[in-house]
Design a protein around this ligand. Structure first.
Ligand SMILES: *[C@@H]1O[C@H](CO)[C@@H](O)[C@H](O)[C@H]1NC(C)=O
Ligand SMILES: *[C@@H]1O[C@H](CO)[C@@H](O)[C@H](O)[C@H]1NC(C)=O
Ligand SMILES: *[C@@H]1O[C@H](CO)[C@@H](O)[C@H](O)[C@H]1NC(C)=O
Length: 229
């Protein structure tokens, strides 16, 4: 076929441009995927499934029943963070009676089963203070959702007679008197009640490098949620 000269160079130009566009697109997507994979390797993929088949290695199943607390405070903490537990035991966690109300403070841990020395230390700590609850899922940042669900499960199984359950992070200095004053001021006992610092209209983070990253396959809609902290 006879193709005029200008048409040939035009076609070549087109092909070159198309090729470049494809190459750019390919590099961009592989770079994005690489970044993602690197992130996932560093933090682990968020663990969604909660098969409810975790069991407690260290437990205090009768403590609530015996002490009949008004409030049960549960502190999620990493197994190796003995320092935070001791700080809480000697500060805001030390009073069992606040404004005539009984308070029970317990720590909730996941496991680091590979470290036997640590496990032995925890057994000793549990014997000494009798305030450790340890479940057998792997303790990690991405598994904090499991920790929260295990906490609720434990409360509903072992602490039905308590009026309120409170979740407090290990790096928080809790003003127990204020908390109790607030709960008592509610006059009647609240049901289906949840409170905390309310952050309204929060945006779901889609940035893979963010600590609070939530991929689309875990939470689809881009809703602005109210969160309780
Ligand atoms: C195991 O736990 C002990 C006590 O907390 C700690 O000193 C040690 O570094 C840990 N070992 C490993 C391999 O993580
Ligand atoms: C745990 O306690 C036992 C008995 O008191 C002691 O012999 C052992 O060294 C302790 N283990 C750890 C890891 O601290
Ligand atoms: C979460 O815990 C489960 C159960 O122990 C474990 O299989 C999984 O690897 C953990 N995930 C992360 C990201 O630590």
């Amino acid at each position: 076929i006879l193709v005029p000269m200008f048409c040939k160079s035009w076609l070549l130009g087109c092909l070159l441009i198309l090729f470049n566009v494809l190459l750019l697109y390919f590099t961009a997507t592989t770079l994005e995927r690489r970044k993602w994979q690197k992130m996932a390797k560093k933090t682990g993929n968020p663990h969604v499934a909660y098969p409810q088949n975790y069991r407690f290695i260290l437990d205090q199943p009768k403590k609530c029943e015996h002490q009949k607390p008004f409030v049960v405070v549960i502190v999620p903490v990493a197994p190796q963070n003995t320092e935070a537990r001791n700080a809480i035991r000697t500060t805001w966690g030390s009073d069992e009676l606040v404004w005539d109300k009984l308070v029970l403070v317990l720590f909730l841990l996941g496991s680091q089963s590979a470290n036997e020395t640590l496990q032995e230390q925890l057994q000793n700590e549990s014997r000494e203070y009798q305030d450790l609850l340890q479940s057998n899922f792997l303790d990690s940042y991405r598994n904090l959702t499991i920790k929260t669900l295990v906490m609720m499960e434990w409360l509903s199984r072992n602490c039905r007679q308590a009026s309120y359950g409170v979740k407090v992070d290990a790096d928080v200095l809790l003003n127990m008197k204020n908390l109790l004053r607030m709960l008592v001021s509610l006059k009647s006992l609240q049901h289906n009640y949840i409170t905390g610092l309310v952050l309204s209209g929060n945006i779901v983070s889609r940035d893979p490098s963010s600590k609070f990253y939530v991929p689309h396959d875990i939470l689809q809609p881009h809703i602005n949620m109210d969160k309780c902290r």
